[in-house]
Design a protein around this ligand. Structure first.
Ligand code: C5P
Length: 241
């Protein structure tokens, strides 16, 4: 599909959904030398903290800290400031926090930059992929379809100056149409044809997600729960080149 092996690896964000640093490091040792992005979510970050981010950076990885900040602007500004000092390359906030909160995240990140350090990409969570239309309408109280809500949040994030959004691969085209092709999409819900679906519902294969125009694909269990994680990652890369 026109990508080099390195470009394909760089589009894959491995979700390190582990309870502790030891388990995550076991996987890192198996995947050594493959230049993919590493995603650290709340489970691992709350357990292993800044020291684990530091060890990923020492190993040379780009790091997406997926802690989905959602609080008053001043608090998010402080959170953004702290994670930028850790040297992460990307982190996220909920678009539902509103534009003042998203702008505060950018301000907090900018205020923490060391000389020569680029600002991390700040991206917004639109609507969690686990949210059904029924939950959206009846529990959260937002009218309309999930896609309409996602596109509205994406536009708000774009206007606030964020780099992109987390969304389902099925929403990529609508987001790119509304916000432009350089507005990035980070898509979980990726399942190679040979992998189990698990609890993800609106799924797409890596190749199809790439054809939709996604910038990064978050992939967890198809790699982390595979009998041979390195072979699983390599076969996904193969599918993308
Ligand atoms: O194992 P799996 O490939 O389903 O992992 C998907 C990862 O993407 C998990 O870390 C999950 O928390 C994250 N994620 C998601 N849906 C969202 C946002 C993040 O699945 N809307």
């Amino acid at each position: 599909m026109g990508l080099t092996r390195e470009q394909a690896a760089g589009k894959i964000m491995v979700a390190l959904d582990y309870a502790n640093a030891e388990s995550a490091e076991k996987l890192l040792n198996e995947l050594q030398g493959i230049p993919c992005y590493m995603k650290v979510g709340m489970q691992l970050f709350y357990a292993a903290g800044p020291a684990f981010i530091e060890s990923l950076k020492k190993r040379g990885y780009l790091v997406f800290l997926d802690v989905k900040m959602h609080d008053i602007p001043n608090t998010v500004k402080g959170g953004a400031n702290s994670v930028t000092k850790l040297g992460v390359d990307m982190f996220n906030v909920h678009a539902a926090g509103g534009s003042a909160m998203m702008e505060a995240a950018l301000e907090g990140a900018d205020a923490a930059l060391a000389s020569g350090q680029a600002r991390p990409s700040v991206i917004a969570v639109t609507q969690l992929t686990s949210t059904s239309a029924q939950v959206l309408n009846e529990e959260i109280g937002i009218a309309g379809s999930v896609e309409e809500a996602v596109v509205r949040y994406a536009k708000l994030a774009n206007k606030a100056g964020l780099s992109g959004v987390v969304a389902s691969p099925v929403e990529v085209q609508a987001i790119k149409e509304a916000c432009g092709t350089s507005f990035q999409t980070v898509t979980p819900g990726i399942r190679p044809a040979w992998a189990e679906t698990n609890d993800q519902s609106r799924i797409m294969t890596p190749k199809d997600a790439l054809l939709q125009g996604t910038d990064y694909m978050v992939i967890g269990r198809p790699i982390t729960a595979a009998a041979e994680p390195r072979a699983a990652l390599e076969s996904i890369i193969e599918e993308l080149i």
